[in-house]
Design a protein around this ligand. Structure first.
Ligand SMILES: NC(=O)c1ccc[n+]([C@@H]2O[C@H](COP(=O)([O-])OP(=O)(O)OC[C@H]3O[C@@H](n4cnc5c(N)ncnc54)[C@H](O)[C@@H]3O)[C@@H](O)[C@H]2O)c1
Length: 1616
């Protein structure tokens, strides 16, 4: 055997930590030789056992065999399920039972082989078994290696919390075998890296520097398995192995040192909790979806920000920590998509986190303690520091409030962060130069970090940090560069400047370990252009190859030096190409003459900046002059040479950033000096002080390198008048907020000739600001308006009308559009306007991450954290992806697909506004679309159309439904906009059968014709529609033979229902999830097991009786043309879409969408992973509510799907058909853990071989459900033996129906069968329901409810209780334990009120009750209250709503009568949004009484029917509540009855008339309607009775009433 080299670390005075590679033989030897025992027991989990148990067993057994000890010791192993749930009392008992059963004694040695779970659990067993036995830690995760195995902390979890029971118990050895990491999932590796980074951050700057610069090498050490015994001995160890071991060793050494000093965690040991105070609070909410290390990673950044906010730790450090954690693929903010997509992330409010942090063992009393960093590698104190809640809250809050006042640090002296452009140039110059250069004020950003890493990899320079990272010392490499070794690519992320500069730098490489240098970047970088630069270099002789797509990275650049001479470059795209060649040109073989071609050179100031900086580094570039005109040409001559590094180079502060502190001085009448920006500045925005602030009345002193501004007394700023800000466009936002409070007369010469007042500032030359992070001009206009400041938009700027400070509105909440400049500009205004809130405070991170801290610590203005109240609608438990629930919906699709129709319906369902882009186009351009195309042609139209799209999205980002023209997807830029919109909002493709579209378009001519066959246009656009949308709505018009429409007469209502459901669901406004999915309630779904479900649709109501959802078994679908085929089958997506749409058309029940594989009991091929996910994506796109995903698919894919699920939920499922999975075994726990991680609902299906298997299932479910935040679980045993689990399962029990062709699983029962069984088992007690009233013998209510009870198999009976008055009889009935509920008729609707405990808001408002519901108020079910509701109004509302035409709303409504039903009618009409409500009653005073009872509803009394008060509109809804006999249409009969004139019904309306009278069916009102109101729809009393009855039924049973079945019987009863 090769020798084993281990590194040893001492802990608590003993060298017990041994680190190396491939240590199994070493471990066996060491343990057997030094820890003699009769029994060695190895405890591990199934995951680790799969990889490593066999080697341990064979190694130990062989060593034992060859040993001379007598008797020979035993080696036993015990494998448990992986995951945190094993770390429990039961888990501990299982191991103890194993030890006891195997007669283990006190000399037993335990070996804990696994991650922290195994280490903690086995360690705790060791601590208490026989009062303590010896044990060894063999950690196999990085987290366990560097953290949990070191220090002797052992513990288990309880439902009350993690690690609550445990002991300190030190292991004999800790064997760190880094080769185990090769089998560890990468996410788990990163999880451990969080602890490694943490330890370096608190303890060792050198270790940290190693971690931040060598992430990719560290990853490469574990990426592929090292053949054993590579690395065991020093001679075989690779360099990346050595590096990995050294970082693990370093980390462990620190922890061991700290533990040795403070074993019991009394002070110093608290330091290892850096990141954990906030991290644990986050973890408490996000576990198990987000791992410990991931939460700690975010916690570290937030705690570092706390340190920064206290003024103890600098932004440089925060930036380094952030980048380092990112390099290990760890999340660094709560905004990380991996976190945002976790449903529980919604709960991460400031209060919640602070509340959890309250229980932290580090705290002293109520004061919270956090480990505060002082610099990278050192903490502020040798223990955790007390931090005020307000400071933590400030860091955690999403919004900030600047306290208005005078800066306490006046006169302020500060620098702003370094300029990005100058930082990048300085890095290249100093690296190529000769000598040492100290770069000061370098910008710390991802871009500069990438640039430094690349220069290091090219061995072009060396870097070192001084002053805690404030100064970068560059040792120049004089232009000598070498290509990295073969296979090593230089990765530039998305750093554009670095990519451009480095492309030419790489041509300078001359010596090379490999034949070329490869530079690459992330996906976005791989799309950004580099072509013109590569063309120029290639024509100059450089060999550069595109490795992927033409014109973009990655590039392979041959190491042959730069030739030089004359180089031609097209410079109209980017000035960075020019700078790239300029910077490298001195190192070419021949003197370079650079000639810029292609017309207009873009961004000349940046070229000038490069040339000026080259001059500072000793190279003078000469720009050629046209001898004829004396004008400069775009030709530059760059002499050959080497840069001479200045000893120190001060990077200019970012001049745009400097405008904010300077503006604060101006507005608060104080003084501010900004270092590093002066008259010689290279940046345009440096002119702001002289050209904006000075004319506004400030004193400005600008030296070459410094700018000082002193503002006039508060309130005395002069308006600017006219200013062209073209040279400093980014500074216009700062100028605008100052102009808002500038009322003094502008300077002479700046005055606006056309302005009447002094207070006008007109800013021009800034039209480019419309296409920055947001439309900044519009943003300033909208946000200034919140302060009451008026403005006017101009074609290339805006006008601002200043107001005295005291007249500006206080307490404005500024939306920042995720734009750093908007946030910083408005914080300037916040210094003089009280209570200004800046929402999205983190958007400043782009250029000035510590702006809020600098405002407080350097300028002296207090900043508070503000938590914005989330006014969003209730979201589902599953959350709504990363989309904002109020983000606007954009509709795309073929012309004629129904975008406008559906868009209007959607807008009304969401209560949002509707915009038709065509109309908008016409209004804006004052020309019709058709005419525009005729005059300007299609391509001009397309350009205009995409501009309008952009404008619409910027102007209406929320609460709009925007319908676009069909051809919008023809333009690439519009497609990009749409794709971008899917990231934050909703792009819905409205799909309609193409034949239908053709039919429809045949009749329509308003818009331009295609000029080509529609079908061709459709084929071209279809892929684009799919590419640009995140949802698809099928405008279903029935299948081709019209089968659906035949039995769906109310097809329009169905479309309306479906539009409402779809849009409310996808936006999360009202997710269509099953309400019965709550704990303690039973829920069911019906499995549709047809190859083609359309024949079942006419029976859907009967089939779905009682259930909460319908399962579409996608794997069982078979397109008619494939019906004859056998075996596993993949249904085509188009077929599935059609089936889904057909199902949607007939039911609004949520759908469970299942693609069951063969091995899990379905028909879908087991290995068709891609196809399965394609189909699952169809479900997401179509807004399916529940998506069943088998956990046997790769976790990454499931997570990806989940991240896009929006308001829908994932059912993570596992089916065991073999019967091998036992509910008390290891496998089920393992599957449960995986499903718990991945799903919103867990589904585990086993197979019962005996009754006992069912009890084991119940035991498992009850244990799993008792844990913290348990998710709903579907747990069922298949087979006849398992049938009882189908009866007793509570969540989403799959049911069959006798009418279905096959059951989807053996043993499946119907809903009705289950109710019967539940009744027999005492789980669904028999109940009695009543109708309270007198003269009720003819009531149809018993027929209604008893029919429904029977259809659902509920053991309930509904009877009449005829009584003369509300008295003893009713009282005795309602207290009976079997009382299930009652209906109440006139005249008792008011008399019963005193008997009830609580009323619904509707019953309260109407003042009457027609439904009594007993409600249980305690867990045991013994306490009940009586609740009164009123479903009459619901019935009236539904009668009207379902009959209103789709496009219409209730404009005006008339109620005839003023009794109890009229009250319900009034309430219903108000709920329907009626704008005018009229009441007519013969006795006017009673009508007035009714009107008075609803003071919040605007009601007008009508004196004569047909004459509408105040010349109001005629009603389009009429509800009569009078007895029919009291009305007449005979104008001669007016003495006995109310005369109904023909003018009641406006023939222009498509109205609805409801007569609430139950009998006769034909009332005078309805007869009149038939006669004169041709387009009016009628509703009879029986319709109302049914509707209110359905609602009553639902209130009593929690289940939908089977409407069709009930209606049929009731109508038969009525007719009889
Ligand atoms: N005692 C302490 O001081 C301390 C400190 C930190 C964390 N902890 C505890 O540690 C636990 C978390 O530990 P963890 O992150 O190691 O989790 P873990 O033990 O659950 O392991 C993570 C996953 O990786 C698998 N795995 C482990 N090693 C593997 C390998 N080499 N190859 C393939 N798969 C492998 C495991 O089966 C498991 O699925 C928590 O319970 C936490 O409370 C304790």
């Amino acid at each position: 055997m090769s020798s084993t080299d281990v590194l040893k670390v001492s802990i608590l005075g003993k060298e017990s930590i041994h680190c190396g590679f491939h240590l199994i033989p070493y471990i066996a030897r060491t343990v057997l030789n030094t820890l003699p025992s009769s029994t060695y027991v190895l405890v591990t989990d199934t995951n680790v056992a799969n990889f490593h148990l066999a080697s341990f067993e064979s190694e130990f057994k062989a060593a034992i065999l060859s040993s001379t000890t007598d008797p020979k010791p035993r080696f036993l192993s015990y494998v448990i399920p992986p995951g945190e749930t094993s770390k429990s009392r039961e888990g501990k008992a299982d191991i103890e039972d194993f030890l006891l059963l195997n007669r283990c004694t006190r000399d037993t040695v335990l070996l804990a082989l696994g991650g922290g779970v195994i280490g903690d659990l086995a360690g705790f067993v060791a601590a208490t078994f026989m009062r303590g036995i010896r044990f060894c830690q063999v950690p196999t995760t990085l987290l366990a290696m560097v953290d949990s195995s070191v220090g002797g902390k052992t513990a288990i979890d309880t439902p009350h919390g993690k690690n609550l029971i445990g002991a300190f118990w030190q292991p004999e050895y800790i064997f760190i075998d880094a080769a185990f990491l090769e089998t560890l999932p990468v996410r788990e590796f990163s999880n451990g890296m969080a602890e490694v980074v943490k330890t370096a951050a608190i303890w060792s700057a050198a270790d940290f520097a190693l971690l931040e610069s060598r992430a990719s090498e560290i990853f490469s050490a574990i990426q592929s398995p090292s053949p054993c015994p590579t690395g065991r001995s020093l001679s075989t160890r690779t360099s990346s192995q050595t590096l990995l071991l050294s970082i693990i060793y370093g980390s462990i050494s620190v922890k061991a040192h700290i533990v040795t000093i403070d074993e019991r965690e009394t002070g110093l040991r608290n330091l290892v909790n850096f990141g954990h105070s906030i991290g644990h609070a986050i973890e408490a909410v996000l576990t198990p979806s987000i791992l410990h290390g991931e939460c700690v990673s975010v916690g570290m950044i937030l705690e570092a920000e706390v340190a920064r906010s206290l003024g103890v730790f600098g932004q440089v450090g925060v930036g380094r920590l952030t980048r380092c954690l990112k390099a290990y693929n760890l999340p660094v903010s709560l905004e990380d998509p991996r976190i945002k997509c976790v449903p529980a992330a919604k709960l991460l409010g400031v209060e919640k986190l602070l509340d959890i942090m309250r229980i932290d063992k580090k705290n002293s009393g109520t004061a919270k303690k956090i480990v505060i960093l002082a610099s990278i590698g050192a903490t502020y104190e040798q223990k955790a520091t007390v931090v005020a809640d307000s400071v933590i809250a400030k860091v955690l809050s999403e919004a900030a409030k600047v306290t208005s006042g005078i800066p306490s640090k006046n006169p302020v002296h500060m620098a702003t962060p370094g300029s990005k452009s100058i930082s990048n140039r300085a890095l290249v110059l100093a690296a190529l130069g000769t000598g040492t250069c100290r770069l000061k004020n370098l910008l710390h950003s991802d871009d500069t970090q990438v640039m430094m890493n690349a220069l290091l990899e090219l061995k072009g320079a060396s870097f070192a940090w001084e002053d805690g990272g404030e100064t970068l010392v560059v040792e120049g490499g004089k232009g000598s560069l070498s290509a990295p070794h073969k296979g090593k690519e230089i990765y530039l992320g998305n750093a554009g400047t670095a990519a451009r500069f480095l492309t030419t730098v790489c041509t300078l490489v001359q010596c090379a370990e490999s034949s070329s240098t490869v530079i690459t970047g992330n996906a976005r970088m791989k799309q950004r252009p580099i072509g013109p630069l590569v063309d120029a270099l290639r024509s100059n002789g450089s060999h550069i190859e595109y490795l992927d797509s033409q014109g973009c990275l990655p590039l392979s650049i041959a190491p042959q030096g730069l030739k030089g001479g004359r180089i031609q470059l097209a410079a109209s795209v980017s000035s960075q190409y020019v700078s790239s060649i300029l910077l490298c040109a001195p190192y070419a073989s021949e003197t370079v003459t650079l000639e810029l071609t292609g017309g207009q050179v873009i961004s000349q100031p940046y070229i000038d900046m490069t040339i000026a900086m080259m001059r500072t580094f000793g190279i003078n570039v000469a720009r050629q002059i046209d001898s004829a005109t004396g004008k400069p040409l775009d030709v530059y001559r760059i002499p050959k040479g080497t840069y001479t590094n200045p000893a120190e180079y001060n990077i200019e502060s970012d001049a745009s950033s400097a405008t904010y502190p300077l503006a604060i001085a101006a507005i608060t009448g104080t003084s501010c000096t900004i270092a590093n920006i002066g008259s010689t500045s290279l940046q345009g925005d440096a002119r702001f002080a002289k050209e904006v602030l000075e004319p506004m009345g400030c004193d400005v002193i600008q030296t070459e390198t410094e700018t000082t501004v002193r503002g006039p007394p508060v309130g005395q700023l002069k308006s600017i008048g006219l200013i062209d800000m073209e040279p400093m466009t980014d500074a216009f936002l700062t100028a605008s907020v100052l102009a808002a409070v500038a009322v003094g007369a502008p300077l002479q010469g700046r005055k606006l000739k056309d302005a009447e007042c002094h207070n006008v500032t007109r800013i021009l030359g800034i039209s480019n600001q419309r296409v920055k992070e947001c439309n900044r001009i519009k943003a300033m206009i909208d946000e200034l308006a919140k302060f009451g400041v008026e403005t006017k938009e101009l074609p290339d700027g805006l006008e601002i009308y200043g107001k005295p400070i005291k007249d500006l509105r206080q307490g404005a909440s500024v939306h920042c559009y995720d734009d750093h400049r908007v946030a910083m500009a408005f914080s300037v205004l916040g210094t003089v306007i009280s209570d200004t809130i800046i929402e999205e405070k983190r958007c400043v991170e782009k250029t000035w991450p510590n702006w809020w801290d600098d405002l407080e610590n350097k300028i002296g203005l207090k900043v508070e954290g503000v938590e914005l109240t989330n006014e969003g609608p209730l979201a589902s438990a599953s959350g709504a992806g990363t989309q904002d629930t109020t983000a606007s919906v954009v509709l795309i699709g073929m012309r004629g697909s129904g975008k406008s129709f559906i868009g209007k319906l959607a807008a009304s369902a969401l209560n949002w506004s509707f915009i038709d882009a065509d109309h908008y186009f016409e209004e804006k351009l004052q020309i019709g679309v058709r005419e525009f195309v005729r005059q300007h042609g299609w391509s001009a139209f397309r350009v205009a159309e995409s501009e309008i799209l952009e404008e619409l999205l910027v102007a209406n980002p929320t609460k709009h439904v925007i319908s676009l023209g069909g051809g919008i997807v023809e333009t690439a830029s519009a497609r990009d906009l749409l794709k971008k919109w899917t990231k934050k909002g909703y792009v819905v493709h409205i799909a309609r059968e193409i034949d239908e579209v053709v039919k429809y378009l045949g009749e329509e001519t308003a818009r331009p014709a295609y000029g080509e066959p529609i079908i061709d246009v459709f084929r071209r656009r279809e892929p684009w529609f799919l590419e640009c949308c995140n949802f698809e709505f099928v405008n279903y018009t029935g299948d081709s033979n019209g089968a659906v429409d035949q039995y769906v007469p109310e097809s329009k209502t169905r479309t309306k229902n479906e539009v409402t459901r779809f849009f409310q669901h996808i936006t999360g406004q009202k997710p269509n999830l099953a309400p019965n999915l709550a704990p303690e309630i039973r829920s069911y779904f019906l499995s549709l097991t047809y190859p083609d479900i359309t024949p079942a649709l006419p029976h859907i109501e009967e089939l779905t009786v009682g259930v909460d959802a319908v399962e579409l078994r996608v794997d069982l679908l078979r397109s008619p043309k494939d019906l004859a085929s056998f075996g596993p089958y993949i249904p085509p997506a188009s077929y599935v879409t059609n089936q889904l749409a057909a199902l949607r058309h007939v039911t609004t029940l949520p759908i469970v969408y299942t693609v069951r594989t063969v091995s899990q009991g379905g028909a879908f091929p087991d290995h068709a992973e891609q196809e399965a996910f394609d189909l699952l994506n169809v479900a997401l796109r179509m807004g399916v509510e529940y998506i069943d995903v088998e956990i046997s698919w790769p976790e990454k894919r499931i997570r990806d799907l989940s991240s896009r699920k929006g308001a829908s939920q994932v059912v993570a499922s596992w089916h065991d058909w073999s019967g091998k999975m036992k509910w008390n075994g290891a496998q089920v726990k393992e599957k449960y853990n995986v499903a718990n991680r991945l799903g919103d609902i867990i589904k585990i299906i086993g197979k019962a071989e005996s009754l006992a298997d069912n009890f084991a299932l119940f035991e498992f479910v009850s244990r799993a459900s008792s844990t913290h935040q348990a998710k709903p679980i579907i747990a069922i045993n298949m087979g006849g033996e398992g049938q009882m689990t189908r009866i007793l399962n509570t969540t989403f029990t799959p049911v069959s129906h006798p009418l279905l062709p096959t059951k989807s699983a053996p043993g499946q029962l119907s809903f009705v069968e289950i109710q019967t069984a539940l009744n027999l088992l005492g789980q669904l007690p028999t109940r009695r329901f009543f109708l309270f009233g007198n003269a009720i013998s003819q009531s149809p209510s018993p027929t209604l409810h008893n029919t429904a009870f029977e259809a659902l198999g509920l053991p309930y009976v509904y009877d009449l209780l005829q009584i003369p008055e509300v008295g003893e009889e009713i009282r005795a009935t309602i207290v009976s334990p079997t009382f299930g509920g009652a209906s109440v008729t006139i005249p008792f609707k008011i008399d019963v009120l005193p008997l009830l405990d609580k009323l619904s808001p509707a019953a309260e408002a109407i003042g009457a009750v027609n439904t009594i519901i007993p409600q249980v108020t305690d867990a045991s079910g013994s306490q009940r209250i009586l609740y009164g509701d009123n479903t009459d109004w619901l019935g009236i509302r539904e009668c009207i709503r379902s009959r209103m035409p789709s496009h219409a709303s209730v404009t005006a409504a008339l109620v005839i009568g003023a009794g109890g039903t009229a009250r319900a009618a009034l309430y219903a009409l108000h709920a329907l949004g009626a704008q005018h409500i009229y009441i007519f009653n013969r006795t006017r005073s009673k009508a007035q009484e009714l009107a008075n009872a609803f003071p919040d509803i605007c009601v007008s009394l009508v004196d004569e029917l047909g004459k509408w008060p105040n010349a109001g509109p005629s009603p389009n809804v009429i509800v009569s509540t009078l007895p029919p006999a009291a009305t007449t249409t005979d104008s001669n009969d007016t003495h006995n009855a109310i005369y109904l004139p023909a003018t009641l019904f406006d023939p222009d309306h498509e109205g609805v008339v409801l007569d609430a009278a139950y009998k006769p069916a034909e009332t005078p009102l309805l007869t009149l309607a038939t006669k004169v109101g041709k387009s009016w729809t009628r509703a009879q009393g029986v319709d109302l009775l049914l509707e209110q009855g359905y609602n009553q039924f639902e209130l009593w049973t929690g289940r939908k009433c089977p409407r069709g079945i009930v209606a049929k019987r009731v109508r038969e009863f009525y007719a009889a």
